[in-house]
Write a protein that binds this ligand. Structure first.
Ligand SMILES: NC(=O)C1=CN([C@@H]2O[C@H](COP(=O)(O)OP(=O)(O)OC[C@H]3O[C@@H](n4cnc5c(N)ncnc54)[C@H](OP(=O)(O)O)[C@@H]3O)[C@@H](O)[C@H]2O)[C@@H](O)CC1
Ligand SMILES: [K+]
Length: 505
C-alpha cells in the first residue's frame, strides 16, 4: 500500500469526488460512517458518552458528522466546536444537520473554553487533520492539557492526532493530542509509522473510504506500507519436482560461549522458512548443544572452544547469515575482517555483533557485497550511522547508507523499516510488542538467510522475511499473551504465516 504525502491525499480527495460523481459532503459522510461502524466494535455505544471536539475545517466536519451518526446509533454525545468566523462548507452543513436534530453544539475559544471531560467519556479529537500547516499556537495549550490529562475511557483521533504533521517531523515540545487510536483515512500517514510518534499515536487503523483507485495508482511514492498483497506477489510457488537442492543451502555463522542459543534459533528459522539444508558454523563449545537441540541442522566448528577465530569457506552455500551471538573477541574481529575481504561478491545477512564490528571499523563497509542485508536494532543503527535528531532525519541517513553501499537495511522496530538501495522504504504492517524479546532478531536473521538460499533477491528476501516474521508473531497471540512470546514460538508459527499469505487452510 502506498504511503501518500499531504498534497497527494488532498488531490486524491478531489479526484475521488470528480471521478465518482459524488459531493465532498458525501465523501465526508462515507468517512464518518466508516468510523462509526468501527467505533461500534471498539465500544458499547450505550455504556459511554462521546465528547467530540471539532475544528473549523473538514476534520471538524468529520467530527460533527460522527457526532450525528453516533447519536442516531443510540450513543450519548457532547459536541464542542472551535468558535470561528469561517467554517468549510461541509463543516457548516454538518452543524446545521446537528441543529436540525436538536443536538447542541457548544462553541469555545482556545483561550476561554468550557470543555468538561468525565471519567466515562470517550474523547474524539476532530480539531486538525491533514490541513495542519503550522505548529499549534500556545493559546491552545490549556485545551490540549485538559484533553491529554483528563481521566477518560479512550482517546480517539480522526485522521491524525491534532497538532501532528503527517509527513514532516513534529517537534517534541509541540502541542499535540495524545491518541490511543487514530482512524486515518485511505492510507497510513508516514509520521504514524515512526517510533517518535508513539507518544501521540499509540496505534492507528487505516479506514478504507473507497478513494479513487486510478488516481492512487498514478501517484509516485518512495514510501510503502508492507502488506499482504505486496508479499503475496513476491512469493514463489514451488513445483512438485522440487528437491532440497533447489531450496538452497544456508550457512549460519555465529555463537560464542553462553550465546549458542542464538545460532540454534537462526538455524532452525532458516530451515523452517524452507531452506533445503542448513549448516551452522560455531565455536567448539556449541557443537553438542546445537546437535542435540536441532537434529536437522549440520554443524561445523571452529578450532577455538569459546569463540570463532577462523571463518569458513563459503563456496558450497547459497546464503550466509552472520553475527548472531558472535561476540567481539579480538580474534573474532580480525577473522571477520579477513572473511569479509574474501567474500566481496557474496551477499550475506549481517546481524548483531557483525553489525557492531562493522560499526566500530567503518573501513570494512567497502567490502560489503552488493545486495547484502543488515538488520540493526535502533542501538546498532546508531553505532553504525551516528545519532539523529528525528526519525525523519534517521530515514534520510539510512537511505544515504543503502545507496552508498548498495545494500538493504532493515531497521528493526514496531514498524520495521526496510530501506532499499533505491531509497524506497517499506514499513512493515505485521508484528506486535510481544516480539520485543530475546532471540527474535536471531529468528529474523535465520528467516532472511533461508529465503536468500531459496533464490529470492535481497530486496524480496527482506520484504517477505520481515513480513512473515511479524505475521508469525501475530499468530502466536492466538494462544499466548504478548508478554509470554518466546522467539521459538515465532518459528513454530511460520507455517501458519505462509498459509495465511497463500490463502491455504
Ligand atoms: N482527504 C480525504 O480523502 C478526506 C478528508 N477528510 C477530512 O478532511 C481533513 C482535512 O480538512 P481540511 O483541509 O479542511 O483541514 P483541517 O485538518 O480540518 O484543518 C482545518 C484548518 O485549520 C487551519 N490550521 C492549520 N494549521 C493550524 C494551526 N497550527 N493553528 C490553527 N489553525 C490551523 C487551516 O486553515 P487556515 O488557518 O490556513 O485557513 C486548516 O484548513 C482530513 O484530515 C480529514 O479529516 C474527510 O472528510 C474525507 C476524506
Ligand atoms: K484530528
Amino acid at each position: 500500500m502506498k504511503i501518500l504525502k499531504t498534497d497527494q491525499v488532498q488531490l486524491l480527495d478531489k479526484q475521488t469526488i470528480d471521478n465518482q460523481y459524488i459531493s465532498s459532503f458525501k465523501l465526508m459522510e462515507r468517512a464518518a460512517s466508516k468510523v462509526v461502524e468501527i467505533l461500534k466494535d471498539r465500544h458499547k455505544l450505550y455504556h459511554n458518552s462521546f465528547v467530540i471536539i471539532c475544528g473549523k475545517g473538514n476534520n471538524g466536519g468529520d467530527g460533527l458528522a460522527i457526532a450525528r451518526l453516533l447519536k442516531e446509533a443510540g450513543a450519548f454525545v457532547k459536541v464542542y466546536l472551535h468558535q470561528n468566523k469561517k467554517y468549510t462548507p461541509d463543516n457548516s452543513q454538518n452543524q446545521e444537520m446537528l441543529d436540525d436534530r436538536g443536538i447542541k453544539i457548544e462553541k469555545f475559544l482556545p483561550s476561554k473554553h468550557n470543555i468538561v471531560i468525565k471519567k466515562d467519556d470517550i474523547i474524539i479529537d476532530a480539531l486538525f487533520g491533514m490541513g495542519l500547516t503550522e505548529a499549534i499556537d500556545s493559546e491552545w495549550k490549556q485545551v490540549f492539557d485538559l484533553l491529554n490529562t483528563a481521566v477518560c475511557q479512550d482517546r480517539i483521533s480522526i485522521d491524525m492526532p491534532s497538532g501532528m504533521f503527517a509527513d514532516i517531523a513534529t517537534a517534541n515540545d509541540s502541542i499535540v493530542f495524545k491518541a490511543d487510536m487514530v482512524y486515518t483515512f485511505g492510507s497510513p500517514k508516514l509520521a504514524l509509522l515512526l517510533p517518535e510518534s508513539a507518544q501521540w499515536a499509540k496505534d492507528f487503523t487505516v479506514v478504507d473510504i473507497n478513494l479513487d483507485e486510478q488516481t492512487l495508482s498514478s501517484f509516485e511514492t518512495k514510501n510503502y506500507y508492507l502488506d499482504k498483497a505486496i508479499v503475496k506477489e513476491l512469493l514463489h510457488t514451488p513445483t512438485k519436482f522440487a528437491h532440497k537442492g533447489i531450496f538452497g543451502h544456508s550457512l549460519i555463522i555465529g555463537g560464542s560461549y553462553g550465546k549458542i542459543g542464538a545460532v540454534a534459533l537462526a538455524s532452525k528459522a532458516a530451515l523452517s522458512i524452507g531452506s533445503g539444508l542448513v549448516t551452522a558454523y560455531l565455536p567448539k563449545c556449541g557443537y553438542s548443544i546445537l546437535q542435540s537441540t536441532i537434529s536437522e541442522v549440520m554443524c561445523l566448528t571452529d578450532n577455538e572452544a569459546d569463540y570463532i577465530r577462523l571463518f569458513p569457506e563459503t563456496d558450497s552455500y547459497q546464503a550466509i547469515g552472520i553475527g548472531v551471538g558472535l561476540g567481539q573477541n579480538a580474534d573474532t574481529v580480525k577473522g571477520f575482517a579477513a572473511f569479509l575481504k574474501d567474500n566481496t561478491n557474496k551477499a550475506m545477512v549481517f546481524d548483531a555483533d557483525a553489525i557492531n564490528i562493522l560499526a566500530s571499523d567503518n573501513s570494512l563497509l567497502k567490502f560489503l557485497a552488493p545486495g547484502s542485508i543488515l538488520t540493526p536494532h535502533p542501538k546498532e543503527l546508531e553505532r553504525l550511522l551516528g545519532g539523529w535528531t528525528s526519525d525523519f532525519e534517521k530515514m534520510e541517513l539510512v537511505k544515504g547508507f543503502t545507496a552508498k553501499h548498495n545494500v538493504v537495511v532493515v531497521v528493526k522496530g514496531a514498524h520495521s523499516e526496510i530501506v532499499l538501495p533505491s531509497g524506497d522504504i517499506y514499513f512493515n504492517s505485521t508484528g506486535n510488542w510481544g516480539m520485543a524479546t530475546a532471540g527474535t532478531g536471531d529468528v529474523l536473521t535465520g528467516i532472511l538467510t533461508g529465503l536468500l538460499a531459496q533464490g529470492y533477491n535481497s530486496e524480496h528476501t527482506a520484504l517477505i522475511g520481515v513480513y512473515l516474521h511479524g505475521l508469525a508473531g501475530d499468530f502466536v497471540l492466538e494462544d499466548k499473551h504478548p508478554h509470554c512470546i518466546l522467539a521459538s514460538d515465532i518459528i513454530n508459527k511460520l507455517s501458519s504465516a505462509y498459509k495465511e499469505i497463500l490463502n491455504l487452510e
